[in-house]
Design a protein around this ligand. Structure first.
Ligand SMILES: [Fe+2]
Length: 400
C-alpha cells in the first residue's frame, strides 16, 4: 500500500537500538517487496522472527485444475458447496475450496465458523471478499475487524489468522494472487497518493491501529508456498508466538476496504468496466458493480452491450441485489458466471428492453478478469449448473 502508517513503539531512527523494558533489544525486521526496491515495513519483534523448532508438510486442499473444455460460459452455484452445518467444521483458510485458477490467480470459496490456524501465504497477496458474516483478522501488524462487503487485502507472507465472530457463518471469496494486489496505478499520483478521479481514497482504507501481542510457545504457522508445477504447504513450528511485534511503520501492511465506500462513476451512456475497477494484480484485475444511478441519456441502454473480451476470462460473483442483465439465466445471489475469452457475452434475452428507462440498478457483484484462461477447480466442477451456456438461445444440445 502506498501510504505510510506507524503503529506502536518504533525508535526515532531506523536501524538503531530499540530496547525492551528489561534492557534487551527488540529484533528489527524489514518486510519488503521486490527485493529492497518497493514498499516495505519495519517491524520490531520481542523474539527472533527467523526462529524455527520444527517443520513438516501441510497437505493443501485439492488444487487440481481442469480446463474449461468444451469452451462454454458457465454458471457456478457457490452456495451449494457448503450445505447444512458443514460450516461448523470449516475454517476460512484450510476450508477454502478451489473454484477457478490459472498461473496468476486462484479463486476459492469457504463458509466457515471455526478459527483458522496461523497462516502465511508466501505465493502472493490475498484479497478476501467477505460476502456475509464478520471476523477479526489477527495479523502481525495488528487486528482488522471486518464484515459483510469488506475486501481484506493481505500482503504476501503476512502471518495472520481468521477468527469468525458473527452470529451467521462467515462466507469468504478468496482471490489469491501469485503477485501483489494493489489499487490501479492510474488512480495514483506518481508518488502514490490517490487522485481526485479515483472512486475511493486513503480515508476509505482501514489498516491496523495498534499492535497485536500474544503469548505462546511452539506455535504452528501454516505456510502456503510455491513449488514446481504449483503450490505446496509446510507447517512451521516457531518457538515464540508470532504475534510479538511491539511496533512497526512503513507502507506495507494489511488493510480492509468496504465495497460500500466505492463511489460509482456513471455517465449519460454506458460506462465501460474499467470505471468499476478496485484492484489489480499481475495478470488480472478486480472490479465491483455497486448500487448506482444508471445512464441518463434519454435513449440510453442501461445494461451492457454484448462484448467479446478477446484477451480475458471474466468471473462475476453475484453478491446482492438484482442483476438486471442476467435475469432469466438462473443466476442469483451466490452465483458465479464465467465468461471465457473466445466467446461473446452480454444480456440475457429481454434484458435490454426491460432496462430501458431504468434510473438505478440495485446490484452488487465482484468481478475478476484474468488475462490467461481460467481452469476449473474441484469446487468449480462441483457447482457447475451445466446449462447456463444455452440460456441465450433457449435450447441446448438435448433440445431442452
Ligand atoms: Fe462482461
Amino acid at each position: 500500500m502506498a501510504f505510510y502508517r506507524r503503529v506502536g513503539s518504533v525508535p526515532p531512527k531506523r536501524h538503531t537500538q530499540h530496547r525492551r523494558p528489561d534492557g534487551g533489544l527488540y529484533a528489527e525486521e524489514l518486510m519488503g517487496e521486490e527485493g529492497f526496491s518497493s514498499d516495505s515495513a519495519l517491524l520490531y519483534h520481542r523474539g527472533i522472527p527467523s526462529a524455527l523448532v520444527d517443520a513438516r508438510p501441510w497437505e493443501l486442499p485439492d488444487q487440481t485444475l481442469t480446463p474449461n473444455a468444451p469452451l462454454v460460459p458457465r454458471h457456478l452455484k457457490l452456495h451449494d458447496l457448503f450445505p447444512g452445518e458443514e460450516h461448523k467444521g470449516t475454517d476460512p483458510v484450510t476450508g477454502r475450496r478451489l473454484v477457478l485458477g490459472n498461473a496468476d490467480v486462484r479463486i476459492s470459496y469457504a463458509v466457515s465458523s471455526l478459527t483458522s490456524p496461523y497462516y502465511r501465504n508466501a505465493t502472493g497477496d490475498e484479497c478476501v471478499f467477505v460476502e456475509r458474516g464478520a471476523a477479526t483478522v489477527e495479523t502481525v501488524f495488528g487486528a482488522l475487524e471486518v464484515g459483510r462487503g469488506d475486501y481484506v487485502v493481505i500482503p504476501r507472507a503476512t502471518t495472520h489468522r481468521w477468527v469468525p465472530t458473527g452470529e451467521e457463518p462467515l462466507r469468504t471469496y478468496a482471490v489469491e494472487a501469485n503477485s501483489h494486489i494493489a489499487p490501479p496505478k492510474r488512480y495514483l499520483s506518481r508518488y502514490g497518493q490517490f487522485l481526485e478521479h479515483a472512486p475511493y481514497c486513503e480515508r476509505d482504507l482501514r489498516g491496523p491501529s495498534e499492535p497485536m501481542l500474544a503469548e505462546g510457545t511452539d506455535v504452528e504457522v501454516y505456510v502456503k508456498h510455491r513449488a514446481p508445477g504449483g503450490l505446496a504447504g509446510t507447517v512451521h513450528v516457531v518457538p515464540d508466538h508470532p504475534f510479538d511485534v511491539v511496533g512497526w511503520d512503513g507502507c506495507l501492511y494489511p488493510y480492509a476496504f468496504d465495497v460500500a465506500d466505492f463511489e460509482p462513476i456513471t455517465g449519460r451512456v454506458h460506462q465501460p468496466p474499467p470505471v468499476h475497477q478496485v484492484f489489480e494484480g499481475a495478470g488480472f484485475v478486480i472490479c465491483n458493480f455497486v448500487p448506482r444511478k444508471v445512464d441518463y441519456h434519454p435513449l440510453a441502454v442501461p445494461v451492457p452491450y454484448y462484448h467479446s473480451n478477446v484477451d480475458s476470462d471474466e468471473v462475476m460473483f453475484y453478491v446482492d441485489g438484482d442483476y438486471e442483465a442476467r435475469k432469466g439465466s438462473g443466476i442469483g445471489k451466490g452465483s458465479i458466471s464465467l465468461h471465457p475469452g473466445g466467446h461473446s457475452h452480454g444480456p440475457q434475452p429481454g434484458a435490454v428492453e426491460r432496462s430501458l428507462g431504468a434510473e438505478a440498478f440495485d446490484e452488487l457483484a465482484v468481478m475478476v478478469d484474468t488475462f490467461r484462461p481460467l481452469d476449473l477447480g474441484e469446487a468449480g466442477t462441483a457447482s457447475d449448473d451445466g446449462k447456463y451456456a444455452w440460456s441465450w438461445s433457449g435450447r441446448g444440445p438435448s433440445g431442452g
